[in-house]
Design a protein around this ligand. Structure first.
Ligand SMILES: *[C@@H]1O[C@H](CO)[C@@H](O)[C@H](O)[C@H]1NC(C)=O
Ligand SMILES: *[C@@H]1O[C@H](CO)[C@@H](O)[C@H](O)[C@H]1NC(C)=O
Length: 465
């Protein structure tokens, strides 16, 4: 056996100490328990530091009807995007979600859909910026938004407009007051509100979106300004992303497309209000694409269209078993888990050759520690797959990985950490995986050690691998 089980966590910590001192410093400073000592449980500073140089690609995407297709019961396009991002971009790029949703509704969406974790979340129409899994707020942004803003005055003045009906309490935020208003009243109300609030000494921005939502924000807020603020921060660190792709479908996304230098994709299902804005303001901008594909598939299309990097998702590769000479261990993580999904969905042939292929990426003495605590050689454990071939046939099993981080800890050895999720009908189960991979004895990445721990949200479904 390569590692004794109990000494592994110690080795892991030592490896972290030696390979990522900035991570450790921040964690110590913030007094996180060892349990939270994630390779990637980044704080704000850590996000900026995570990449040694500029992000190769920064994607800034709206969620509802852009990243998330509410009319796709199969979740096909978002799963394709997830696999593409984790295999090819996560390690040197940045994913930013920019949504009108408040943190409450954003977290709800994350439970409802198979979404991966962004590096940065911009919520409540650009009024709240948080970093990483822990969603640590950006206090500097709060300072910016406090200028010429007084929520009480906004509430007082808007109460005089019977056309406005207040949205749920969770959607009322420190720097966002939100209503519903009918399309035909929107323009007139906006104009009148602008006038009275100005008269009261405020400088606000009123955004009408989705043909129903009316948001009142500080003038300095909005999806566009939040992005401009982030870009400025990166620039100050000398790390402006090499390429930025903004993605949206509705009125509150328009300002994303106005940021100088960015590429933009309006998904095929974009709303009239955004298309009208485009026709009036950006028609001759070759950096903006109106995709022919819906939602996340439109984002993948745009990555190809603007040549921002590979746009072949591992989910689009017909024979993954021939795809083992990967350039990055994260790619192997994605492929391996996708193969397990295909096996259990009976989407690959039930052959010994297939199992041999999975064994070929496992080190001869590699050890697998199941979340229940049992320990096997990876090769032996793979034999249980014979019993579960097609066990999800006709049922919607989906497997995806999230937040894959890899750090090279030796000339041919990598330490990996990621979350692995299984969605089986409505039931979702997840575990944290820590793994060591090596290229020592072959030209491809082999699994040397895999250690899984259940995430607390886990359901009751039996966990295989
Ligand atoms: C670290 O956090 C624990 C638990 O919240 C607390 O009891 C302890 O005093 C903290 N230590 C420091 C040095 O802040
Ligand atoms: C799509 O995702 C939703 C939410 O996670 C889930 O309830 C549904 O079963 C998924 N559909 C398929 C076919 O996996």
């Amino acid at each position: 056996m390569f590692f004794c089980h109990s000494s592994f966590s110690l080795i892991l910590i030592l490896l972290l100490l030696s390979s990522s001192s900035s991570t450790l410093q921040i964690q110590t400073h913030r007094n996180h328990t060892l349990h939270n000592l994630h390779l990637s449980s980044y704080s704000q500073k850590n996000i900026m530091d995570r990449l040694k140089s500029s992000a190769r690609l920064m994607i800034v995407s709206d969620l509802d009807h852009t990243m998330v297709d509410h009319h796709d019961p199969e979740n096909t396009s978002i799963l394709r995007f997830n696999a593409l991002w984790e295999a090819h971009y996560r390690h040197d790029s940045l994913l930013v979600f920019s949504t009108g949703r408040s943190p409450t509704l954003y977290k709800q969406l994350r439970k409802e859909k198979p979404m991966i974790t962004p590096d940065i979340a911009i919520m409540s129409v650009g009024t709240e910026i948080t970093y990483g899994k822990l969603m640590e707020p950006d206090d500097g942004w709060v300072q910016v938004l406090n200028q010429k803003w007084d929520k009480d005055i906004v509430i007082e003045e808007t109460s005089k407009f019977p056309e406005l009906s207040r949205q749920a309490e969770t959607e009322q935020r420190p720097h966002k007051v939100s209503f519903y208003v009918k399309k035909e009243k929107a323009e007139q109300v906006t104009e009148a509100l602008n006038k009275v609030l100005k008269g009261r000494g405020l400088d606000v921005k009123i955004i009408y979106s989705g043909g129903i939502d009316l948001d009142i924000l500080p003038q300095g807020a909005g999806k566009g300004q939040a992005l401009a603020y982030l870009l400025k921060k990166f620039e100050a660190e000398g790390k402006r992303p090499v390429n930025t792709l903004v993605c949206g479908d509705s009125g509150n996304d328009a300002e994303l497309f106005s940021i100088p230098g960015v590429h933009g994709v309006m998904v095929s299902n974009a709303q009239e209000e955004l298309l009208q804005w485009y026709a009036a303001n950006a028609k001759n901008n070759p950096k903006i694409l109106h995709a022919s594909e819906r939602c996340a598939a439109g984002i993948i299309q745009a990555i190809g269209h603007f040549k921002l990097g590979t746009n072949i998702s591992p989910r689009d590769v017909s024979d993954l078993t021939k795809d083992i000479e990967n350039a990055h261990p994260a790619h192997e993580v994605v492929n391996f888990n996708l193969l397990l999904e295909k096996w259990r969905r009976a989407e690959v042939e039930n052959t010994e050759l297939f199992l041999a292929g999975l064994k070929a990426v496992s080190h001869p003495t590699g050890v697998f520690i199941h979340p229940s605590g049992t320990e096997h050689h990876i090769k032996d454990h793979l034999n249980i797959l014979r019993k579960v071939y097609g066990d999800s046939q006709g049922k919607p099993l989906r497997i995806w990985v999230d937040d894959v981080s890899a750090s090279q800890i030796g000339s041919d050895t990598w330490l990996l950490k990621f979350d692995k999720w299984e969605l089986y009908g409505e039931e979702r189960q997840g575990c944290v995986v820590t793994a060591v991979m090596s290229t020592k004895e072959s030209n491809w990445f082999t699994w040397l050690h895999v250690h899984q721990t259940f995430l607390e949200q886990s359901g009751k479904q039996e966990w295989m691998f």
